[in-house]
Design a protein around this ligand. Structure first.
Ligand SMILES: O=C(O)CCC(=O)C(=O)O
Ligand SMILES: [Fe+2]
Length: 223
C-alpha cells in the first residue's frame, strides 16, 4: 500500500485516493467507530502525522476561543476516520455523543440527498439521556467542502442518506488534562446544558428563600 498519496489535505484528493485504495486492495478495513460499519480509521494507514498537524495548527486554536469549557487549547490526542453512507453502505447514524472533547466533521461529498445532521443540546455523562429543550433543537444540512466543529458532548446524529454516496471525515480530538480534571472537580462540568439549568434553579430558589426571610424580618420590625 502506498501511504504517501494520502499526505496532502485536499478533500477531493482524499476521496479519490481513498476510493481507489479500497477498490485496489479489497481490504477489510477496521470499523471506524462502534456505530459506523463503513469507513476506515485514517491513523491506520499513515495519516497520523497529517491529522496531528491539523489538530495542533488549526483545531486547538479554534477550540481555545470557542470551547474553553471542554479543554480549549489542551487537546492532545485524536481519533481520525472516514465514514461512508449510501444505499449499499451505512444509511444513517443514531443519536449519540462522541468520545471527544471537540469534533471536526468535514463533508467530503460526493453527491447525495438527505444525511442532515441534527443537534440536541450539550450533556455530561449523568445527563446524557435527559430531555431536549426547544432552544436546543438545531438541524444542519452538511454540504460537500464544508466543515463543522462542535463539542463531542453535543448530542447529535445523521439522518438517512436517501440517494447517492456521502463521505465524511471525522476527527475526534481529546484532552487528557481536561478528562483528568473532570473526574475530580465539579466546575469542569459547566459545559452541560442540564447542569447549568439545575444550577440556575438552585440559585433562583435560594434568592426566593432569602427574599422571603427578609420580608418576614421587615414585617417583624414594622409591627
Ligand atoms: O455522519 C456524520 O456526518 C456524523 C458522524 C458522526 O457524528 C460521528 O462519526 O461521530
Ligand atoms: Fe458523532
Amino acid at each position: 500500500m502506498n501511504c504517501s498519496k494520502f499526505g496532502s489535505f485536499s478533500p477531493s484528493h482524499w476521496v479519490e485516493n481513498f476510493e481507489k485504495w479500497v477498490h485496489e486492495t479489497k481490504f477489510r478495513i477496521m470499523r471506524p467507530n462502534t456505530m459506523n460499519k463503513f469507513g476506515a480509521v485514517l491513523d491506520d494507514f499513515g495519516m497520523q502525522g497529517t491529522l496531528d498537524k491539523l489538530m495542533e495548527d488549526f483545531i486547538r486554536h479554534i477550540s481555545k476561543i470557542f470551547f474553553p469549557d471542554v479543554g480549549g487549547y489542551s487537546l492532545d490526542s485524536h481519533h481520525g476516520f472516514v465514514v461512508e453512507y449510501g444505499m449499499d453502505r451505512d444509511v444513517e447514524l443514531g443519536f449519540h455523543v462522541d468520545d471527544s472533547e471537540v469534533t471536526l466533521n468535514v463533508c467530503l461529498g460526493k453527491q447525495f440527498t438527505g444525511g442532515e445532521l441534527f443537534f440536541r443540546g450539550i450533556r455530561c455523562e449523568k445527563h446524557v439521556n435527559s430531555e431536549t429543550y426547544p432552544e436546543e433543537i438545531f438541524d444542519y444540512p452538511h454540504a460537500p467542502g464544508r466543515a463543522i466543529i462542535h463539542r463531542g458532548r453535543h448530542r447529535h446524529g445523521a439522518r438517512a442518506t436517501t440517494s447517492g454516496h456521502r463521505i465524511n471525515l471525522l476527527l475526534w480530538c481529546r484532552s487528557s488534562v481536561f478528562r483528568e480534571l473532570k473526574k475530580h472537580k465539579k466546575e469542569f462540568l459547566n459545559f452541560c446544558g442540564e447542569c447549568k439549568r439545575e444550577k440556575k434553579g438552585r440559585l433562583l430558589h435560594s434568592v426566593a428563600a432569602k427574599k422571603k426571610e427578609l420580608l418576614v424580618v421587615e414585617g417583624d420590625i414594622a409591627s
